[in-house]
Design a protein around this ligand. Structure first.
Ligand code: ATP
Length: 914
């Protein structure tokens, strides 16, 4: 929490930072454009505290605990406690009440630990801010910002504190969170003399607002609670835990079960009371037993635990789930649209070729070290900047129209700050030894993938010039002239298009440069200024090799029935060549953003299905593509990194943001963040998602038949007028102790071998489909009938009710244990080698043994649960029954598999669709 700043600084006195000039503000904060020193920053952090907002106060622990009693299950238990209490069964009442408390306690503990782990995962995405410290630009945790820090911002950044602007270029800020205004506000540095409201303070940036476009530098004037956001204490970005579709399905199922049970209880009450003349006390206990039996008490906790284990496992594998339902949606994804640069490729660019009007040059060297030669492609002579004037002009342009910096780190490695595209151009210029004596940046238009270029206006030694770099085809339409060895001549588009295609086909990413003279007192640089008199200088071709692991991951996705589409801002030929290297498309078909733009919705849907490579696209096309694919019934994953990608990510079924390259805005819009920006991580996350869903289904199909069996057993007993086979607290024992313990064995079940060879799950299908209903009914009836037969065999032999109930309890628990092994695999024989790989199965089997030994042989447990010690022969007998049930279920699985229609393997499916 930020302590109140001392009154001797004016940092927390809002009088009008916006009314003063940037220099006055810097002076007042004892800061400067080169930033604070480390010592100053340390001192100020101690005085002002960390740049964080207090979290919303949580409900007190006791209230959160009590809230767990607000649950239908607990109502049933409390009703059961009241009825048994009234009847004077005090032991039952105590046990039932204890179970209610334990259940609430488990819920409370489980919720707290899930919250803690989600919080931990969220912290892995903590905000970073780029600041100047000790004269160097560096990234620090945003909570270390202090007043006086100089912060640099680019599109997609979240403003990390309240700032007074020092420099701004085409800056637009989305201030909706503060002002509710949806149109981005334009910002500039000039002071505003009069008093204004927040919405009109155009030279101030407020914490929590978003940079929509442009770039800026500002000085921090307030941090933490002293910010405007702190004043209105509005919390941002709280990723709320949402119920997943499967949890919602289970909620609905729970309610239906409850309704059915109430009806059944009413019917049985009338039937047994009137027709069978059953004593009221016994009947009430039986009915309570039925209610307790039919409600799967342990299931909700187990489902949340499996989901949270899944989320944690994915986080360890670099995939951070921001919205819980995504764990399930991942397994249903049918198409994934991926960015190229950085996700499918390494994002390590090196310029290989330079194409000029009269010559082409090859560049050697493949790291950021400025070592390598630039040689003439035809005659092999090294470049000489004194004589090769066009090359020299081109290299100056790419060096000055560039925001990156080349530096030698402490370990002696050359590194770059800023984007790799610009970094590669800096390295190219350094290889040639380009040097500028005096330069001053007058203005700039930062790069944006919507218009695909950047421009700068520089004051050089003797003149002013505007430099422009960007996608060649965009520059083609802006340039009127080109520079040749003979001087400036009219632009020849045909020649350049041919040259560009020739190099792009080698998979090179193309970037062109242009320049023109400017007047010193020119108006601020704007897009219109780039439309006249531009002189085209040449094109750089850079290599960004595919990631080897992405090639493998694409093949895996294909096998899993997921089509991978590449969406890139690069030239179609570059995209097709890289696509062919990666296994996306065959290198001969691509469609461009411009072509998509002219299509109606139907044609677009067709193209979205038909093509795998989308080139020269801008973020707006991504949104249309996602919609078109969704219209065709696809479940779409979409990756993105830039601020403009956020709408497409929100629209996608699985919005995937990049952790390294991605902006905060994109990450906030996303369902999932890849912390290593790597496509292979996405493929692994899909596998995890499918495994988690499988395990949830296995657990549900494991737990529900037991409840059905218990319920049926009681119903049969009431209808047949036989001894009620289990008491309510014995049923609670099974549902709360043994079922839950065994379900953990399935929670840790590794992925099935064919998990990535199956086609994606149909998201509309209920987790308990026809097959599931059949399985629950079949196994429930099988266990209930076996138990009833056992009861029918025991009853005439004169055993006490306690003994018969204990044998039945032991039999049901053994049947559960055997059925857990059936549930390990959805298809195929369950006793395979994987059984030993999942240690959890054996751990839970051991725990179950201890639990059963306790309930059968500890005298106080006997008293509590109404059990008696069993002779060893009954262990043998119940084990035999368990083995029998196991075999019958395996036989059922085998028969059903033979009857079911064969499903084509997933890989055939993707090729069918393409
Ligand atoms: P992908 O969508 O595959 O990640 P991308 O992000 O590289 O591709 P953009 O960033 O939109 O796509 O780039 C499109 C084109 O814009 C590039 O091919 C290049 O010609 C040009 N370009 C990219 N970055 C810059 C930059 N920093 N300055 C100038 N031009 C650039």
């Amino acid at each position: 929490m930020t302590p109140t700043p001392p009154s001797d600084t004016s940092v927390n006195q809002p009088p009008a930072w916006y009314q003063r000039s940037a220099d006055e503000v810097l002076a007042q904060l004892h800061s400067r454009e080169t930033g604070l020193t480390a010592e100053e920053a340390y001192d100020r952090l101690a005085r002002h505290g960390r740049n964080t907002l207090p979290t919303t106060p949580r409900k007190p622990a006791w209230l959160r605990f009590l809230l767990h009693f607000n649950d239908v299950l607990i109502y049933i238990l409390l009703a059961a406690a009241v009825v048994t209490g009234v009847m004077g069964h005090w032991v039952d009442t105590t046990v039932i009440l204890a179970v209610a408390v334990i259940n609430a306690l488990i819920g409370y503990l489980q919720e707290s630990s899930a919250e803690r782990s989600l919080q931990g995962i969220r912290l892995m995405l903590s905000s970073r801010a780029r600041v100047m410290r000790e004269g160097l630009s560096q990234a620090i945790d945003a909570d270390e910002l202090v007043p006086g820090d100089i912060v640099q911002l680019r599109p997609g950044d979240k403003v990390p504190a309240d700032l007074r602007l020092i420099a701004a270029h085409n800056l637009r800020i989305d201030e909706a969170i503060l002002t509710g205004e949806s149109v981005a506000a334009e910002k500039r540095c000039a002071p505003i003399p009069r008093e204004t409201g927040i919405g009109d303070r155009t030279n101030m940036l407020f914490s929590g607002t978003l940079v929509s476009a442009g770039s800026a530098t500002g000085v921090v004037v307030a941090t933490g609670q002293a910010t405007e956001l702190g004043h209105i204490s509005q919390m941002m970005g709280e990723a709320k835990a949402r119920r997943t579709p499967l949890l919602q399905q289970m909620d609905r199922l729970g309610n239906s079960i409850l309704g059915l049970i109430l009806l059944m209880m009413a019917f049985l009450f009338l039937f047994a009371f009137i027709l069978r003349d059953m004593p009221l006390g016994e009947l009430l206990l039986a009915l309570i037993g039925l209610a307790v039996a039919a409600v799967p008490e342990g299931l909700p906790a187990i489902i949340s635990i499996i989901l949270s284990l899944g989320v944690q496992a994915m986080a360890r594998n670099h995939a951070i789930i921001r919205k819980l339902p995504t764990v399930e949606t991942l397994g249903a994804m049918t198409v994934v649209c991926s960015d190229k640069t950085g996700t499918l490729t390494r994002n390590e660019m090196t310029v290989n070729a330079v194409i000029l009007a009269d010559s082409q040059w090859r560049v050697s060297g493949d790291s950021y070290a400025p070592q390598g030669e630039i040689v003439h492609e035809v005659c092999g002579r090294p470049a000489d900047l004194q004589h090769d004037a066009v090359l020299s002009a081109f290299l100056s342009a790419v060096d000055l129209c560039n925001e990156s910096q080349l530096a030698l780190d402490q370990a002696g490695h050359w590194t770059i700050t800023g984007g790799p595209t610009e970094g590669a151009l800096k390295v190219l210029a350094a290889k040639a030894g380009v040097a500028h004596t005096t330069t001053r940046l007058v203005d700039k238009i930062p790069f944006d993938s919507a218009y695909k270029y950047m421009a700068t206006h520089y004051q050089l030694a003797g003149e002013d010039r505007i430099f422009l770099t960007g996608a060649p085809d965009v520059l083609f339409s802006l340039c009127e002239y080109q520079l040749t060895e003979a001087g400036v001549v009219p632009f020849e588009r045909g020649f350049w298009e041919q040259e560009m295609a020739r190099y792009a086909r080698q998979g090179l990413r193309m970037l062109a440069a242009a320049s023109k003279p400017a007047t010193p007192d020119a108006a601020p640089l704007d897009h219109a200024a780039l439309h006249q008199g531009m002189i085209f200088l040449g094109i750089a071709g850079m290599m960004d090799p595919p990631r080897p692991e992405a090639i493998e991951a694409i093949a895996t996705c294909r096998q899993a029935g997921i089509r991978v589409k590449m969406i890139t801002g690069d030239h179609p030929d570059t995209a097709m060549a890289i696509g062919a290297m990666l296994g996306i498309g065959d290198g001969s078909a691509a469609i461009t953003g411009a072509e998509l733009e002219h299509m109606g919705d139907d044609a677009l849907a067709g193209a979205a299905q038909q093509y795998d490579i989308f080139a020269r696209t801008s973020p707006a096309h991504k949104l249309r593509l996602v919609r078109a694919l969704q219209q065709c019934g696809e479940v779409v994953g979409m990756t993105g990194d830039g601020v403009n990608d956020a709408p497409a990510l929100k629209q996608a079924d699985v919005g995937i943001a990049m952790g390294i390259k991605g902006t905060e805005v994109t990450q906030e819009a996303a369902d999932m963040v890849l912390t290593d920006d790597n496509f292979a991580t996405l493929a692994r996350a899909v596998e995890s998602g499918r495994r988690v869903y499988d395990n949830l289904r296995k657990t549900i199909l494991f737990i529900l038949p037991t409840n059905l069996a218990q319920g049926l057993l009681i119903v049969i007993a009431i209808l047949a007028g036989a001894l009620i086979p289990l008491t309510p607290i014995q049923i609670l024992w099974m549902n709360m102790a043994t079922s839950v313990t065994l379900a953990f064995g399935l929670a840790f079940e590794p992925a099935e071998r064919d998990v990535m060879q199956r086609r994606p799950r149909d998201p509309r299908r209920h987790v308990i489909d026809l097959h599931g209903i059949w399985r629950i009914g079949f196994v429930g009836a099988l266990i209930a009938c076996s138990a009833f037969l056992l009861e029918a065999w025991l009853q005439p032999r004169g055993y006490t009710p306690e003994f018969i109930r204990t044998v039945l309890l032991q039999m049901l628990v053994t049947a559960q244990w055997a059925y857990m092994f059936n549930c390990r695999t959805l298809q195929g024989f369950a006793l395979n080698r994987g059984m030993f790989a999942n240690r959890a199965l054996w751990v839970v089997s051991g725990i179950l043994l201890v639990l059963q030994l306790a309930i059968l042989y500890l005298p106080f447990m006997n008293t509590l649960f109404g059990t008696v010690p069993l002779p060893l022969t009954y262990w043998g007998m119940t084990l035999l029954a368990g083995a029998g049930i196991f075999l019958v279920v395996e036989l059922e699985k085998w028969l059903l598999e033979r009857i079911k229609k064969p499903v084509p393997p997933a890989a055939d499916l993707t090729s069918d669709r393409s």
